[in-house]
Design a protein around this ligand. Structure first.
Ligand code: TRP
Length: 346
């Protein structure tokens, strides 16, 4: 990537160290668009908040904490599958593969993939894409541990990051999309996004998808409403962010976190419930919002999958499934896919 290309695409380039560059869109996901977005989504009769606003510094730190609460089995399960399959995953990768990660967050699982690459590569390249500023911080730690690693971090939405991918050289990409983040799209949107990823993939690119499998509702509801209340704090933090950044006056004690399993749609639905009839001013959004007692503000979905459904989705996106790995209890799946189905390197 030339710096000219990055600039043409509207990115500012920050050179944080000789091996770490971060790109950030000029028209950053700014206070102004936050205000406009919430004015719109809280303005209608059915209220919602876009989950991309969860990830300020506090939200990113809380999400990191969610990944360690005992009820949230997703992160540990995914990590244990990744560590188990390392060598096998490596056998699918060309030696010059670049790792691209969508929603890299704190990049903790990334290390398990970098370990695989380190065994076979001289020059390692990592391109994390994340909406949160923590991206830069997590990358600093990686540089220390992987001396041959070069990183270009993109602080942007998934869509912005994917556009950027198409401007890169011919090196094959392994696109990692972990943590069941595909499940966080609205119904039907996840399938569309998978098609979008597929449309950005070249013949030599591969996609590693981590997806949570459907299971008993009690296990799922506990995972999204832990007894320590970390998930509740994470969900409600978006109100604190509005207070700070948009001058709003949400009283946090008058709202509560809710997580409900919707069996027919196969998803956990997350809400913020208003515990009273109340009016909240959001000055920067030019809005005054009335909440009724018991009213639910939808914040996020987390879809759950079955193996046949995953295979179908991958096929409908125009990809082939090269491998599916699961944990022993079939709680979670890692799926490797590509345009044509790739032979393993022997
Ligand atoms: N990708 C994660 C998941 O669906 C995101 C997540 C975990 C999440 N816990 C949450 C999102 C709580 C909102 C609230 O499991």
């Amino acid at each position: 990537m030339s710096s000219q290309t990055a600039q043409e695409l509207g990115y500012e380039i920050h050179r944080l160290s000789p091996r770490l560059h971060c790109l950030r869109p000029h028209a950053a996901v700014s206070g102004e668009s936050f205000a406009r977005d919430v004015a719109f989504t809280l303005g209608g009769s059915s209220k919602s908040i876009n989950p991309k606003w969860f990830y300020d510094d506090e939200g990113s730190a809380l999400f990191g904490q969610i990944c360690t609460v005992p009820e949230y089995y997703i992160t540990v399960t995914e990590s244990s599958i990744l560590s188990r399959i390392g060598g096998e995953l490596g056998s699918f990768l060309a030696r010059d593969t670049r790792l691209v990660e969508l929603g890299s967050g704190l990049s903790s699982k990334t290390r398990l993939i970098l370990d695989v690459m380190e065994g076979v590569q001289d020059e390692m390249e990592y391109l994390p894409i994340d909406i949160s500023d923590v991206l830069a911080e997590s990358c600093h730690g990686l540089l220390d541990d992987y001396p041959r690693l070069e990183i270009t971090g993109i602080i942007d939405t998934y869509h912005g990051g994917l556009e950027f991918l198409s401007t890169l050289d011919e090196r094959p990409n392994l696109i990692a999309f972990l943590g069941s983040s595909l499940g966080n799209f609205d119904a039907g949107e996840g399938e569309l996004f998978l098609k979008k990823i597929a449309s950005c993939m070249g013949e030599r690119d591969m996609l590693l998808l981590g997806l949570d499998l459907d299971k008993e509702s009690g296990v799922l509801e506990a995972a999204y409403d832990d007894t320590q209340g970390v998930t509740a704090r994470f969900n409600l933090n978006v109100l604190t962010r509005m207070n700070r950044e948009l001058g709003a006056n949400f009283d946090l004690s008058a709202f509560a976190h809710r997580a409900k399993y919707n069996g027919s749609a196969r998803r956990i639905e997350m809400y913020i419930e208003s515990l009273a009839d109340q009016d909240v001013a959001i000055p920067a959004a030019g809005a005054a919002v009335r909440f009724g007692r018991g009213e639910l503000v939808h914040t996020e979905n987390s879809h759950k999958y079955t193996i046949p459904r995953i295979r179908e989705m991958v096929r409908e996106a125009g990809l082939g499934t090269d491998a599916i790995w699961q944990d022993e209890e079939n709680r979670y799946a890692l799926v490797l896919c590509s345009k044509q189905g790739r032979p393993r390197r022997t």
